[in-house]
Design a protein around this ligand. Structure first.
Ligand code: FPP
Length: 262
């Protein structure tokens, strides 16, 4: 299943050449890219295969995207691997996804470590089954000191749940006198989220043809730019990543203000 041959050096060249062709300004890269990896099921069904086949192909696209973001110098990449709503899927699909997370971490962690990638996880990790929890902890600890790309993998994650959990923890800390209610502002609130002190995403990419946010990073995306495409996640490549970044660099971000020149 991880049989797809992947040449790291060829990938390097491709992303660099494509960035040059698209005139990507390396000084104005999005610092944090968040991706909703959608379309695995349809990709498989289009080939007459079970949905789980699409998730396996999705892992290849993830591996390539991590490498590309790391080579470009993106600071943070957050990917939506499993939402709190995904438990509603058939049991065999859920267990394939959990096993894929385990296999991905076991097979990729040393290569990511070499690349300086720091792997983190966001979501309700405590409630996961022991095998996936221990692999997550191993990957986190192995790469914790790395200073390259921060790869945030969202597992058992939901944006509303995250805000609720943060709110409960804040209430506890207020009750116990650890923080004063009048000191609570947006910055302090954000520190109670799973993403803690990580920069907010400035670009959210959703392949797969749907135009929704699916309970992903609801607080953090307040001023993110969105980029949607019809390509299904397993077919997402460096070409699409560069297109998204190029489009991002043409956006006029005002953060609720006005242009300096107007
Ligand atoms: C959405 O596509 C995708 C998911 C729910 C899972 C994403 C998981 C991976 C890419 C692989 C596993 C992740 C890791 C970190 C190893 P969908 O199933 O909703 O597709 P559809 O919209 O075509 O049905």
């Amino acid at each position: 299943m991880f049989g797809k041959w992947f040449n790291w050096h060829r990938a390097d060249r491709q992303i660099n050449e494509q960035s040059q062709e698209q005139n990507i300004d390396m000084d104005r890269l999005p610092q944090h890219i968040a991706i909703i990896m959608d379309g695995n099921g349809r990709w498989a069904q289009n080939r007459g295969m079970p949905r789980t086949f699409g998730h396996r192909a999705g892992v290849d696209a993830l591996r390539e995207t991590v490498k590309n973001c790391s080579d470009l110098g993106v600071k943070v990449l957050t990917v939506y691997a499993f939402s709190t709503e995904n438990w509603k899927r058939p049991t065999d699909e859920v267990s394939t996804l959990m096993n894929l997370i385990i296999e991905y971490l076991q097979r990729e962690i040393e290569e990511m470590h070499k690349q300086g990638v720091q792997v983190r996880f966001i979501g309700d990790i405590e409630s996961l089954a022991a095998p996936v929890k221990s692999e997550i902890e191993r990957a986190r600890a192995r790469t914790a000191k790395n200073c390259g790309l921060i790869l945030n993998i969202a597992v058992n994650y939901g944006g509303r749940g995250e805000i609720l959990t943060a709110s409960k923890r804040i209430c506890e800390d207020v009750t116990q006198g650890k923080i004063a209610l009048n000191k609570l502002d947006e910055n302090l609130f954000a520190q109670y989220l799973y993403t803690g002190d990580v920069l907010e995403p400035d670009l959210v990419i959703r392949p797969g043809g749907d135009y929704r946010i699916s309970n992903f990073l609801l607080w953090q995306i307040a001023y993110a730019e969105f980029w949607f495409c019809d390509v299904l996640w397993p077919d997402f490549s460096s070409k699409h990543l560069v297109e998204a970044i190029s489009d991002f660099q043409r956006r006029n971000r005002r953060f609720g203000g006005v242009n300096n020149k107007t």
